[in-house]
Ligand binder design. Structure first.
Ligand code: BEZ
Length: 211
């Protein structure tokens, strides 16, 4: 199954380090980031799980619940948790799905057989409170992800859901935004009474709404 942006994501129930997780129940009323790891007791994954555990307050601030996945059994996950705490200086503080039967990995297309037959790639799925898929990113097993970038995209998604703006290259929270081209100048005057800088009729820079 190929999941595309805007699709309603499929539900599942799977074992995790915090008991069985039903995705729709877990994510009720929240955003969810679901991300896969190739294998337990691997170095890059260990650093990623530590980084996400440290960033958990940042995800919570944005009403995002975190959900990891690795295709190893629960007993391995529990043993790995000790290594994560020891080497990363932070305990795993979110559920890690034990997808040994590949139920979720197959459902979400996390195994790319031409990269590896059995292990998942590093997939990221950002799901909104309406269960719509809003972002996918796929990294190779050998490259650790940049979770600050994922937070940045979530900031952009949440801002652009509420305001008639888009965010330019390398935007980060607080930077100027772009008025969406579909908004006429007449309507833009009502939404942005403080005005904007028009570089081209289709490129109108405005202060970030709500700042
Ligand atoms: C790692 O997490 O370090 C890793 C996993 C699979 C392949 C290569 C690296």
């Amino acid at each position: 199954m190929t999941l595309r942006l805007g699709d309603i994501v499929p539900n599942f129930t799977q074992e995790s380090t915090e008991g069985p997780i039903n995705l729709y129940d877990y994510g009720a009323g929240s955003w969810v980031i679901l991300f896969s790891h190739p294998k337990d007791f691997t170095p890059v994954c260990t650093t990623e799980l530590g980084a996400v555990a440290r960033l958990k307050p940042e995800f919570e601030k944005r009403n995002v619940k975190v959900l990891g996945l690795s295709v190893d059994p629960l007993k391995d996950h529990h043993a790995w948790k000790g290594d994560i705490a020891e080497t990363q200086g932070v305990a795993l503080n979110f559920p890690l799905l034990a997808d040994a039967d590949r139920k979720v990995s197959d459902l979400y297309g996390m195994i790319h057989p031409n990269a590896n037959d059995t292990l998942t790639v590093r997939s990221v799925f950002v799901i909104d409170p309406n269960k719509k898929l809003r972002l996918t990113i796929t990294y190779p097993a050998s490259t650790g992800r940049n979770f600050d970038e994922i937070l940045r995209v979530i900031d952009s998604l949440q801002l652009t859901d509420k305001n008639k703006v888009a965010t330019p290259v390398n935007w980060k929270d607080g930077d100027d935004c772009i008025i969406v081209p579909s908004l006429s100048n007449e309507d833009a005057k009502k939404l942005f009474p403080q005005g904007w800088k028009e570089l081209k009729p289709y490129l109108r820079m405005v202060k970030q709404p709500g700042r």
